[in-house]
Design a protein around this ligand. Structure first.
Ligand SMILES: Cc1cc2nc3c(=O)[nH]c(=O)nc-3n(C[C@H](O)[C@H](O)[C@H](O)COP(=O)(O)O)c2cc1C
Length: 182
C-alpha cells in the first residue's frame, strides 16, 4: 500500500494549452499530498496501479483527440476512479445561460465518444486558447456569439478549484487502494 495516493494526469493536446492545464491539476494534487505524474497519453502509458486517474483532451470538432479516447478506454478498464476534463474554445463555459447551454451540450457530445458503460467521476469543460487562423466562418460566428475569440481564455481559478475538488476525493492515506474515497 502506498504511503501517498498515486495520481496520473494524462492528456492529449494539439497546440499545448491542455498540457499546461494538466500540469496545473497535477501540481494541485501534489499540494494535496499525492504523488502525481503528469504526462501526455501514449500507447505505452499504463493506467494501472494508480489510485486516481485524471484524463483530459483538447476538443476538436466536438470530440476528444483520438489518442485520449484510446487511453480512456484502457483507463476505464482498470476500475480506478477517473476524472475527465475537456479543453475547448468557449471563453466562459459556465457563465451565462447561452455558454452554459453550449458547454453542457458539448460535454454530452464529447462524452458520446467515451467508452460504453463508463462514467467519469466528473467531466468538466475548461476554456482554452483560441487561434482563429484558418477557422471557418461558422466557427468565427460561434465564438463571437459566445463571447469568445482569439486568445488565451484559460481560467486558472476555475482549473485550481476543480483540481481541489479532485484532491478532496483522493483516497485517505492508510486506506486500501480504491477502498476509501473521501
Ligand atoms: C481544428 C480545431 C477544431 C476545434 N473544434 C472545437 C470544438 O468543436 N469545440 C470547442 O469548444 N473548441 C474547439 N476548438 C478549440 C480548441 O479546443 C481550443 O483551442 C483548445 O484550447 C485547444 O487545446 P490544445 O492547445 O491543447 O490543442 C477547435 C480547435 C481546432 C484547432
Amino acid at each position: 500500500m502506498a504511503a501517498y495516493p498515486h495520481a496520473l494526469v494524462a492528456y492529449a493536446t494539439a497546440a499545448g494549452s491542455t498540457a499546461e492545464i494538466a500540469e496545473r491539476i497535477a501540481w494541485m494534487l501534489r499540494e494535496a499530498g499525492a504523488e502525481a505524474i503528469c504526462t501526455p497519453v501514449s500507447p505505452d502509458l499504463d493506467p494501472a496501479g494508480f489510485d486516481v486517474l485524471v484524463v483530459g483532451s483538447a476538443v476538436h470538432n466536438m470530440a476528444w483527440l483520438r489518442p485520449a479516447l484510446d487511453f480512456l478506454a484502457r483507463a476505464a478498464e482498470t476500475g480506478t476512479p477517473v476524472w475527465c476534463f475537456s479543453v475547448g474554445g468557449l471563453a466562459h463555459p459556465y457563465r451565462g445561460r447561452l455558454n452554459r447551454f453550449m458547454a453542457t451540450g458539448e460535454l454530452q457530445k464529447v462524452a458520446q465518444g467515451f467508452p460504453a458503460a463508463f462514467t467519469p467521476r466528473d467531466h468538466r469543460m475548461f476554456s482554452g486558447v483560441v487561434d482563429m487562423k484558418g477557422a471557418p466562418l461558422w466557427a468565427r460566428l460561434f465564438y463571437r456569439l459566445t463571447g469568445s475569440g482569439p486568445g488565451d481564455h484559460r481560467d486558472w481559478v476555475d482549473v485550481v478549484r476543480w483540481a481541489r475538488a479532485v484532491a478532496d476525493e483522493l483516497p485517505r492515506r492508510g486506506a486500501g487502494r480504491h477502498e476509501q474515497v473521501l
